[in-house]
Design a protein. Sequence first.
Length: 161
Amino acid sequence: MSAKKDTRKSAKSTNAINKKFKGFTDEERVAMKERIQELKAATRRGPRADKADGESALLAKIAEMPEPDRAMGKRLHAIIKASAPGLSPRLWYGMPAYAKDGNVVCFFQGAHKFKARYATLGFSDKATLDEGHMWATAFALKELTAAEEARIGALVKKAVS
């Protein structure tokens, strides 16, 4: 029996060597750092944290946003509070969010957050928006008209039902 030279290729592909992993964007890193700060602040506050703490942090974050995200964030805050007063305002990855029993149900992501062309109103898996086997969990927002405001109010009510 002759000794054969091992001709197996390494697990690494030659294409993988030439590609560089870009990792997270600067915006994603900032969001993760904001989330860490939120968790640390919540731990420091402990069980005495109340709805007012979350709302003041949320309103401060909205105030930091550039226009038109700021105006949209203020209007969404009013709509969500009116539609589902039981939701607790808070920050989530540096974004205004609203929670039920400690779980985020919906959130607002300004267009500036990830340099997108539109803002987003998103719903988590805790939102009860189920409709058949497929349903939307995020909505692009370019402008808030009376029709969009009514639809958002209805979605938020359904999400917490």
